[in-house]
Design a protein around this ligand. Sequence first.
Ligand SMILES: [Zn+2]
Length: 255
Amino acid sequence: MKTSKIIIYDEPTVQEIQITKIEKFVKKYFPVEIEIRKNFFQNNQHEIFEEIASTRIFDLKKPFSKHIPTNSEIQMEKENIDNSQNEEKILYDGFEFQKVLSKFIPKNELDLDTLNIILTNKLTCTFDESDFRYHARVLIGTNPSIISTTGFIEAPARPREYYIELMTDFSKKNTNKIKEKYKGEFLDYHDSRISKILEGYILQSIMYYETGNDFCEDKECRLYNAHWQKELLNSQLNNKFCEKHEEIFKKIIDQ
Ligand SMILES: [Zn+2]
């Protein structure tokens, strides 16, 4: 393996994340040193908040252009570190966000054999040239790897019927009623399964860093790139890998 150490930055505002369990899970697959840190943004330099705010996106149909943040936007970034109620949707350009965070990682920890994985509740998006718009995205690969837990909920689509029923009535009462009806078919905030799903995405980020290969095509594999909530739950909760990836795991570990 080219990685000898993995540093995982926790997201303490997402209380469902069972970080010790995750650490054990990764150790089961990879013989590497793992260090868990509290939160990437806590105790970081003041400048980071301004830079993060500059990666915000406001128009889903326009490619990224750097945003000049107001003082209150910068302040909000700071306050949001401890804000577990933060469900106001702020969107960030995932690649720009990743670039910013990489600047604030200590130089000696950004070498080839240390992989940094940063968990965040911020919603990262990437601009897709094929339909010329932004889409929410869970994982921004390489080093550091960013995993958006909000992305679990917002990136893969819910059942079509859910949206159709919602279209008739957007009131809060109706939204809650429909959410209740389809409960279990998609993830929502504070779902206890978030931690389990996170395990799969941490493996994906390690595999991507190690092999340079993106996701798996097999819907039953934990490395599958789910477009629908149903696929996400199915691939992650079954806890299986395809034969190809079982093999690759063995090879990586032996190297
Ligand atoms: Zn696979």
